[in-house]
Design a protein around this ligand. Structure first.
Ligand code: SAM
Length: 410
């Protein structure tokens, strides 16, 4: 005879007595969700794992250090039976049945009156997956379905539109250095929910191709700016779309606040009274060297790294960088936007005391299919950049860390 399917339900356990028998791995896995549900948890077990013990010490559960005795379940609303003693489990589940207490059994799903679904959460929604029949139970399969749904919701590959009114506004999203896998889960989800995306040239451009056709994608570099500065024109575009009630994502390369003018955009939005959320991103300053096999720090080699902009030359009066001081540091120097000025940067560092033999690596279009690494020294970098035709975007790493990784592995 076909078995009836389990009836899914969400238990609201705040302040309600839940009894857990057994303090082993099963309890350790299940207790956090019961604690999060606000249950009044009583653990009955002579022993417990160190993690379970820590929950008792923290006052999150009440631990009765003894074995199960008849009557333990009498006033419970819900019970989790997970001891290694089958006889105790059987007696306890008989007591649960007698008192009409829903009861999960870790050793015998058939004998249980409740099953624990595989659960996960995303954005205030709990996904719970149950198999239909005890005989067909395959916990790995249900966990895999849960993972697929939760991950899909988190990264936006599973699009479940919100039907409540969304608050219009702008999300400044750090897209990472370029590889579409290197955006954050939150960034990817906001992108999937956007009506309008204003994107920079750097960053995960491939993700734009995946957006549904109704999403308006605007190339920030192509926003007409007439008498305005380009940045003001971008700010205006963000404000204008948000004021039309759209959910706008401003997709930026790397992290919005690392030479990304993120704060200027946030300030402009704040002045216009538009809500703005900022999602950090993986900055190219660390990830691009890493993708080319260069750690920005290494034990015994570099205890600090400094990230500087090289967009203006050291002798330019607009420069805010103290190059002579940087020349005295022993750690790693990471230069962004410095390809054009690297000759004068190298000269200045050497003139202020850095060895001309200091290793330099230029990593162009890091984390993308076009990634390329060119090595030089402070003495040779100017001519190497020309000879090897190194073009922006590139991250320049100056320091002994350039030589620590095994070459040929990246
Ligand atoms: C305007 S800055 C923006 C930096 C960005 N906000 C970040 O956190 O990575 C642009 C510079 O970042 C560096 N850059 C960004 N993405 C890069 C990549 N994929 N490969 C190499 N350099 C990159 C280059 O130095 C480029 O000139």
């Amino acid at each position: 005879m076909a078995e009836n399917p389990a009836y899914p339900v969400g238990l609201r356990l705040t302040g309600r007595r839940v009894v857990v028998l057994g303090g082993g791995q099963v309890a350790q896995r299940r207790l956090p969700a019961l604690i999060a549900a606000g249950a009044d948890i009583h653990l009955v077990s002579p022993e417990a794992t160190p993690s379970v013990e820590a929950m008792a010490e923290a006052g999150e559960i009440t631990w009765h250090r003894r074995g199960y005795t008849e009557g333990d379940l009498a006033t419970a609303w819900y019970a989790l039976i997970a001891t290694s003693d089958t006889d105790a489990n059987t007696r306890a589940s008989a007591e649960a049945e007698a008192h009409r207490v829903w009861c999960v059994r870790s050793d015998d799903a058939d004998a249980a009156t409740a099953w624990t679904p595989a659960t996960g959460s995303s954005e205030g929604v709990t996904v719970a997956v149950l198999t239909t029949e005890a005989r067909g139970r395959d916990p790995r399969h249900t966990a895999a379905i849960r993972d697929a749904v939760v991950e899909g919701l988190r990264d936006g590959t599973l699009v479940a539109p919100h039907h409540r009114t969304r608050t219009p506004g702008v999300a400044l999203v750090g897209g990472g250095p370029g590889d579409p896998d290197l955006i954050t889960v939150r960034g990817r989800r906001l992108l999937a929910e956007a009506d309008v995306v204003i994107a920079d040239r750097l960053g995960p451009r491939d993700l734009l191709a995946e957006l549904p056709p109704h999403v308006e994608v605007i190339d920030a570099a192509k926003i007409p700016y007439g008498r305005f500065m380009a940045q003001e024109a971008i700010n205006d575009a963000l404000i204008e779309h948000a004021q039309r009630g759209k959910s706008v994502v401003r997709l930026k390369g790397g992290d919005p606040y690392v030479f990304g003018r993120g704060m200027e955009e946030l300030q402009a939005l704040a002045e216009a009274g538009i809500p703005c959320t900022v999602v950090p991103g993986i900055s190219s300053s660390i990830s691009v060297p890493g993708a080319a096999g260069i750690p920005v720090t290494h034990r015994g080699v570099a205890h600090e790294f400094t990230v500087v902009s090289g967009h203006v030359a050291p002798d330019d009066e607009r420069s805010l960088v103290d190059w002579p001081s940087l020349a005295k540091l022993t750690g790693t120097l990471v230069v962004l936007m410095g390809v054009d000025k690297i000759g004068r940067i190298a000269e200045t560092l050497v003139a202020n005391g850095k060895s001309p033999d200091t290793p330099v690596a230029l990593v162009q279009e890091g984390t993308t299919a076009a990634q390329r690494r060119v090595d030089a020294t402070l003495a040779t970098v100017a001519e190497t950049v020309v000879a090897q035709d190194v073009k922006p975007p590139a991250v320049i790493v100056i320091g002994e860390v350039v030589g620590v990784g095994p070459r040929g592995t990246v």
